[in-house]
Design a protein around this ligand. Structure first.
Ligand SMILES: CC(C)(COP(=O)(O)OP(=O)(O)OC[C@H]1O[C@@H](n2cnc3c(N)ncnc32)[C@H](O)[C@@H]1OP(=O)(O)O)[C@@H](O)C(=O)NCCC(=O)NCCS
Length: 226
């Protein structure tokens, strides 16, 4: 699912269910990061790292630990950028060589409504108007949850480039539905704060893709150099 949202240069590996049988063990330094966590967190932490190691192998990079850096961001082997996501019943890791892309972010969420009290905290008035229009034109997709996922993908791509927090209300997301597709499309995130410099230009927006499949919503943002 996630691979469909990403260019060919990106290697993505995903797993459905808890998939403990397919999981490689954690490295001791990874295990130490979750030794006090609840079992669910330990399972998802291990499952997504298993995906990340398979992605490293596919890229021709020796599998190695994925430790946690500043503000929870994953630390990738030198020369690589990547992103990981987990939600109930699904996890995915996507990796790319820095020669091919400056950065990327992926996110997956259950395709269900966003809790009512969350929406006002993450959604600009203009986004709320667009969500109502989308819901009317394309019933069957929870666009409020999709907006949330798109913002999390934006943050996962933004953070490695800036090392800074980005608030939910600091990017304005416009979602488009692919003609004839109805359960997939693109989105554009216009930054409402100054963007980082990438490839000699200041980023003003991020571009992403989304899909709704198998009861899940997935989003991906990629940042090319030009
Ligand atoms: C960090 C955050 C985006 C994670 O999203 P989530 O839906 O809670 O969880 P997911 O399972 O999809 O992703 C978790 C993974 O995100 C990655 N992640 C965590 N912090 C990160 C950061 N600062 N930068 C990049 N990736 C990060 C990690 O790989 C983590 O998995 P791990 O802990 O097993 O290593 C979210 O918790 C958060 O803090 N959001 C607030 C900021 C934001 O989204 N702003 C919107 C700007 S428009």
């Amino acid at each position: 699912m996630i691979e469909e949202l990403l260019p060919d240069s990106v290697v993505a590996v995903e797993a459905y269910g808890d998939d403990p049988a397919g999981q490689a063990p954690l490295y001791p330094e990874e295990a130490a990061l979750v030794d006090r966590a609840v079992a669910k967190r330990r399972r998802e932490f291990a499952a997504v790292r298993s995906c990340a190691r398979r992605a490293m192998e596919k890229l021709g990079v020796a599998p190695q630990p994925v430790l946690t850096g500043e503000r929870g961001a994953p630390r990738w082997p030198s020369g690589l950028a990547g992103s990981m996501t987990h939600c109930d019943g699904y996890c995915a890791a996507a990796l790319v060589r820095l020669a091919d892309l400056a950065c990327l972010g992926i996110d997956a969420e259950p395709d269900g409504p966003l809790p009512e009290d969350v929406l006002p905290a993450v959604c600009l008035p203009e986004e709320a108007r667009r969500l109502r229009r989308l819901a009317g034109d394309h019933p069957g997709v929870h666009f409020d949850r999709l907006l949330f996922s798109a913002k999390e993908s934006v943050y996962k791509a933004w953070f490695p480039l800036t090392g800074q927090w980005l608030d939910f209300l600091e990017a304005d997301i416009e979602i488009s539905v692919d003609p004839g597709e109805r359960r997939g499309g693109t989105f554009r995130a216009t930054l409402l704060v100054p963007g980082p410099r990438v490839g000699g230009r200041h980023l003003t927006h991020f571009q992403g893709r989304w899909t709704a499949q198998r009861g899940l919503l997935a989003t991906a943002v990629t940042v090319p150099y030009d």
